[in-house]
Every structure is written in C-alpha cells, then in structure tokens.
Design a binder for this molecule. Structure first.
Ligand code: LLP
Length: 398
C-alpha cells in the first residue's frame, strides 16, 4: 500500500486523513466478483461500511447492488448509479419518511424486521398505489463467534423476526395487498472468520425456506447477509479475503431451488483493506511506566478500537518496519532501530481515546507519519465531530 513515492507525497499533506488505495480496492472487488459470478450469486455492497463517493462509484462500476440502511443511503445509491432494481433497504427502525422515499424510488426490496413494519410498509405503499417487494429478515439464532457488539443473529439481539413470530408474518402477508413477498433474509453478524458458522446458517436458511413453502409462499430470494471478516493482523500478506471459500460454503450447503436467486450483502470484506488512517505524531511522552505517542488522529477519526476493542495494525511510515540506523560509535555501520513499546493515543479528552497499548514501534519522533491499517470499513463513516474536530479528509491513490 505504501511505496516511497506515496510516503513522500504524504509529507506535504495535512494530517489526519484516510488514504484510499483504489488499486487495492479494485483487486478485492475483482476477486469477489470472480468468486461470486461463477455460482451465479448476487452481491449487494453494504454501503454502511463506507459511503465515500469514490469508493461507492468504484463499487458500483463493478455491477454490484447496494444494501442500504437509511433513506439517505438509498438516495446516495441511486444518485451514484446503482440501478433501482439492485437496491435493498434493511434496518430495524425505518421511519415513515425513509419508507416513502424508498417507495418513490421503486427499490427492489425492503428487508423487513418486524410484523408491525410489514403493516406500515403495506399502508404506505397502498397510499401511493404501489406494491412493495419485501423479504423477511429472520433471526436464525446462530452464534457468529464474533465480538458480542457486532453479533446480530441471536434471540437476544434486536434484529430480525424470531421464528416463533413467523405465523403472524404469513397472516400479515396474506392480508396485505400492497406487499409482494420475495424471500427471506439473514444477517448474523460481522467480522466472521469461522466458515463453519456459515454452514450452520445455510442449514437454518434451508429449514426456513421449506417452512415458507409449506405455508404456501414461494421463496424467490435467499439473502444470506454479509459478515465475512478480514485479516486485521496481516493487511499486506493477506489483503484479499478468501471469497472462494466463503461462497463455496453456500454452494455446498444451501439448497438452491430452480429459479431462486442467492443474495449477499458484503461490506467490510470489500473495502476494509483499501484504506489506512494516516496521522502524525504530535508529541512523544516518555513516562516511568509508559511511553505515549500522541497522534493528531483519535476516536473522532477511527472509533473501532475504542468501541469494540478492535485491533488495527499500526506502522510508523517515517521510520519503516525493521528500519536500520547508523551505529553511534561506528559511522557507516547499520543496526536495527530499537523497538519501543508505546501506547498509541489520540488527542481527545477521554481516557478511552487509545488506538492500542504497548505497540512495538521503532523509536518515534514528533512529526513522524503513522499509518493505522485496515481502516476502509466502518472508519471514515463512523467519524464524529466530537470536540468540534474538523471532519477527517480523504486522499486517493489516483
Ligand atoms: N447486512 C446487514 C443487515 C448488516 O447489518 C450489516 C452490517 C451488513 C450487511 C454488512 O456486514 P459486513 O459484511 O460489513 O460485516 N461498525 C462495526 C460493524 C457493524 C456492522 C453492522 N451491520 C465494526 O466496525 O466492526
């Protein structure tokens, strides 16, 4: 991601900023497209992961659909050229205004998360003389084996409709003339790296589609959601997620019937490795117990470490990994730069504003450029204006 030219280019730029490597993004999109197309699987990009305009334009150009979770995301998807027949709208709390916006845009499908929401969409569609395509988001009670803050498919989570409520769902569908039942939708969590979890999900999807068909509803769409994880520890050596294995699990275990479409909603896997947060060291504070690198970026620019104890690799671009320095007593003789443990922290007035404790880095100095890797998903989009900070800037490789 960083060659010498790139690092030199950073030297003149004001920090902090997100650096987007659009080639890395395209390589990932290529890999995903290749692995999905061969099974005739359809991928909708989960726009919540990153709605930076350059990113969504690039994703759109690959022919993926858009998975949106707000009226504004629906609007942005359409404005950025995603065909309305490829836009789906999910979310546990869609407002009437958002539902109306999506109805006006004639989107493909609402992923519906409660019986009451079905009734409201039916009423709002009726008022416009329209028929809304709907998929039922089912909470399958499958443990995603990921961080509990980003697990969504357990009975205790607020998402989806529990299986014991499905009789109410079909009763409502039967009496709702302005709803067109398209299929079933699942999303069990994010940053899932254990492929067996998806095997369990497939078994639940198979059971659920049989249930709907037994109750007289043809299931056209099987939507398995997103969640495929990335390697936060090895962003250079394992930059592209294993889309092959991921889709193969579904190919193997999902019971796809003739005429059915299989949909996915990948966010993180498509964009995470395409960006790093670039920051400068403002101050180096050497203490008796701790050394601190105080950066000009903090939780206002990248919140994941503070919110989910998420790991992001941290590099000092100015000193390099495994950098060599000249020995003081023997000019011309190089030796590895000493590694020092730093707590890498931001400037925000909160103790939680720490990217990671005890990070091994070469001895670092004020002005050094620091890269926080794998920040393309849920990074820039979760930035906040806390402390009245400037909105974080973006820089692109091309
Ligand atoms: N579909 C639905 C219904 C979702 O709720 C999500 C993510 C996705 C798809 C995309 O999931 P992905 O493929 O990106 O894992 N802010 C957290 C992640 C929250 C995920 C929310 N839902 C983080 O930074 O880890």
């Amino acid at each position: 991601m960083f060659n010498n030219n790139t690092i030199q280019r950073f030297a003149d730029l004001e920090t902090p900023f997100y650096y987007y490597d659009l080639d890395a993004l395209k390589q990932t999109l290529d890999a995903c497209r290749e692995a999905s197309v061969k099974h005739n699987f359809h991928v909708h990009y989960a726009m919540k992961a990153n709605f930076n305009p350059r990113v969504i334009d690039t994703v759109q150009a690959y022919g993926f659909g858009a998975d949106c979770v707000s009226g504004n995301e629906v609007k942005a998807a359409i404005e950025h050229g995603f065909g309305k027949d490829k836009v789906v709208f999910a979310g546990v709390g869609k407002s009437d205004k958002e539902i109306n916006l999506a109805l006006d845009a004639d989107i493909f499908c609402f992923n519906v998360e409660s019986v009451q929401e079905l009734e409201i969409i039916n009423d709002l569609a009726a008022a416009k003389g329209k028929v809304a395509g709907v998929a039922i988001r089912i909470n399958p009670n499958v443990d995603a084996h990921t961080h509990h803050y980003i697990t969504t498919g357990l009975d205790e989570n607020k998402f989806g409709i529990n299986t014991w409520q499905l009789n109410d769902v079909v009763d409502t569908l039967r009496k709702s003339a302005n709803l067109n039942f398209l299929g079933i939708h699942f999303h069990i969590g994010s940053q899932i790296t254990d492929m067996e979890v998806y095997g369990s999900l497939c078994i639940r999807i198979n059971e659920m589609q049989d249930w709907f068909e037994d109750h007289g509803f043809a299931v056209k769409i099987l939507n398995a959601g997103g969640g495929l994880g990335v390697d936060y520890y090895n962003p250079d050596t394992n930059a592209i997620p294993d889309f092959e294995s991921y889709f193969s699990v579904f190919k193997k275990f999902l019971n796809v019937k003739p005429g059915q479409e299989v949909h996915f909603e990948l966010g993180r896997a498509l964009v995470a490795q395409s960006a790093s947060l670039i920051s400068r060291v403002l101050y180096v504070k050497n203490g008796q117990k701790k050394n601190f690198l105080i950066l000009d970026a903090g939780m206002t620019e990248l919140m994941r470490p503070m919110l989910y104890q998420a790991y992001h690799a941290i590099e000092n671009l100015s000193r390099g990994r495994g950098a060599m320095i000249e020995e003081a007593n023997a000019p011309g003789t190089l030796q590895p730069a000493p590694q020092i443990k730093y707590d890498v922290v931001g400037p925000i007035c909160e103790s939680t504003d720490c990217f990671r404790k005890d990070v091994d880095l070469p001895q670092s100095y004020r002005g050094d450029l620091i890269a926080i890797r794998t920040a393309g998903a849920y990074g820039e989009v979760m930035a906040s204006g806390y402390n009245l900070r400037d909105h974080v800037k973006s820089v692109y490789s091309q």
